[in-house]
Design a protein around this ligand. Structure first.
Ligand code: DQA
Length: 148
């Protein structure tokens, strides 16, 4: 069975301090901890990472395989990065796009996601629970796909 990866893009290291009216009060460390609790409970290996450098995120995605699963909050790159979309598409890694805030209820530029068309789905606006729901799906997906 592949691994479940949780990748976070720019400024998400500031969660807890950053605009709590949009992003809530949980820190990224707390979210990561909950992700690993869920995967440990299911006996699936997982890893959480964050970067403020787009090329680093592209390198991480290129290293994935179709047997892996990706939960991705690309931060503002959601709205700008054709390269990110192409990387997900190239690797064919099943991906869920997550956002803490509801990107459809904010500034117009946020409503547009470059990666949504190459993701299984998008979970947006449920705060830290966006990640939790994505992880519950990812675990089911991995268990289902590991059966002979
Ligand atoms: C975000 C939404 C993006 O528009 C924003 O640039 C972020 C965080 C979210 O989780 O709500 O950095 O991805």
């Amino acid at each position: 069975m592949g691994k479940i990866w949780v990748f976070n893009g720019p400024n998400l290291n500031l969660l807890g301090l950053r605009e709590p009216e949009h992003y809530g009060s949980s820190t990224l460390a707390e979210i990561d901890q909950e992700m690993l609790r869920l995967t440990n409970e299911a006996g699936i290996s997982a890893e959480c990472r964050q970067t403020n450098h787009e090329g680093v995120l592209l390198d991480w995605i290129q290293a994935l395989t179709p047997a892996d699963f990706l939960i991705l909050n690309p931060g503002a790159w959601t709205h700008t990065s054709y390269a990110l979309r192409d990387a997900i598409s190239a690797v064919r890694v099943p991906t869920i796009e997550v956002h803490l805030s509801n990107i459809h209820a904010r500034e117009a530029f946020r409503a547009n996601s470059m990666i949504a068309p190459v993701c299984i789905g998008q979970i947006s606006g449920l705060g830290a629970e966006s990640y939790e729901l994505a992880m519950r799906y990812a675990i089911k997906h991995q268990v289902r796909n590991s059966k002979p």
